[in-house]
Design a protein around this ligand. Structure first.
Ligand code: ADP
Ligand code: MG
Length: 329
């Protein structure tokens, strides 16, 4: 079958069926990170690949920002499990025209974020390539009970950290080369280039064992919520008017409206579900987490699918489902 029909997630599912699960694998393919046993305990492992021309464009991305982001997206997957990142392996495919100063720049971005979170680069691989390629693998320490995508129940509240759609709107505007100089644009651009892995909020949530399921939003709210729903065998109803938006988003979205907030990728906010009787505990966390936590919807029976409703409860059709590397409409 053509990959354009199978789609990224159909392909991953195929791969999952082709590999056998060995001993010591507590959680293999299908979550934000794998969780594996070793003689002294257990670890979380995650990997992400960034390719020039697909994930980034060096016309508007500095190498320092790119270094930062290539590590940040991996730390975000560790956060999504409630874990603490520790080590990184960093592999590079480098075009022949690059010089050493450019690599210094890339590592400046990586090191800044690594230091902030106590992550050490312990290895990787280096090769010549036609375009720049960055592959990062991060190993982290799990909390006592890693938070999977699969534990949500019907009736659980659905929450997100931070604000939605900023990174995707920033990218859309960068592509149009519009409004580059305004402070609002600078804020959106920063959200696109330097996403914040929500490690502190994730650790607080995991310590208190609050989320029944969690994922980081890399491919868009609706799509990533779909992953939780599929893994947990629940549906979901999201209230569009509850989606948290930044002032910069409100100022610049224009005709894009809510599209980036619902379906735009790369916000790297946490999306999680919590039993409704624990609402007060989440409200308390709101002050501790260093980032706003917003309740945006509720888990429904599986047959409901993922629904978005307006303030009156009427269903809103969501056109773009989110990011898939292979699928073509
Ligand atoms: P995320 O957006 O959180 O990085 P992905 O959608 O990239 O997650 O991946 C979903 C799951 O599929 C993860 O468990 C990941 O490890 C696994 N996965 C992705 N690509 C491959 C592959 N080529 N081989 C094996 N597992 C893969
Ligand atoms: Mg993820």
């Amino acid at each position: 079958m053509k990959l354009s029909r199978l789609g990224e997630f159909g392909l991953i599912d195929r791969i999952r069926r082709m590999v056998s699960v060995g001993r010591g694998v507590r959680l293999g393919i299908g979550d934000d990170a794998a969780w594996v046993d070793h003689p002294q305990g257990s670890s979380l492992i995650t990997a992400d690949l960034l390719i020039e021309g697909i994930h980034f464009d060096l016309r508007w991305t500095s190498l320092a920002d790119l270094g930062y982001k290539s590590l940040a997206v991996n730390l975000s997957d560790i956060a999504a499990m409630g874990g603490v990142p520790a080590y990184a392996m960093l592999s590079l495919g480098i075009p022949a025209h690059f010089d050493s100063k450019q690599l210094d720049e890339l590592y400046r971005g990586i090191n800044g974020l690594a230091k902030k979170h106590g992550v050490t680069v312990v290895g990787g691989d280096t090769n010549l390539a036609d375009s720049l390629l960055i592959s990062v693998c991060v190993v982290g320490h799990p909390p006592s009970k890693p938070i999977r995508r699969s534990g949500a129940h019907v009736g659980d509240d659905i929450y997100v950290t931070g604000t939605l759609g900023d990174a995707a709107l920033g990218l859309a505007l960068l592509r149009r080369k519009r409004l580059r100089q305004s402070p609002a644009m600078a804020q959106l651009r920063k959200r696109h280039h330097r996403p914040t892995p929500r490690l502190a909020a994730a650790a607080l949530l995991a310590e208190r064992n609050l989320p029944t399921a969690m994922i980081d939003i890399s491919d868009g709210l609706i799509q990533d919520l779909g992953h939780i729903c599929q893994a947990s065998h629940v549906g979901a109803t999201i209230q569009q008017d509850k989606l948290p938006l930044s002032n910069a988003y409100r100022a610049l979205a224009g005709k894009i409206g809510m599209r980036c907030a619902m379906s735009g990728g790369e916000d790297y906010e946490l999306l999680f579900c919590v039993a409704p009787h624990r609402r007060k505990r989440i409200e308390k966390l709101n002050r501790l987490a260093g980032v706003a936590i917003s309740r945006i919807g509720v888990c429904m029976p599986f047959g409901n699918g993922v629904h978005v409703v307006d303030a009156s409860g009427a269903t809103i059709a969501v056109k773009a489902a989110g990011h898939d590397h292979f699928k073509r409409p």
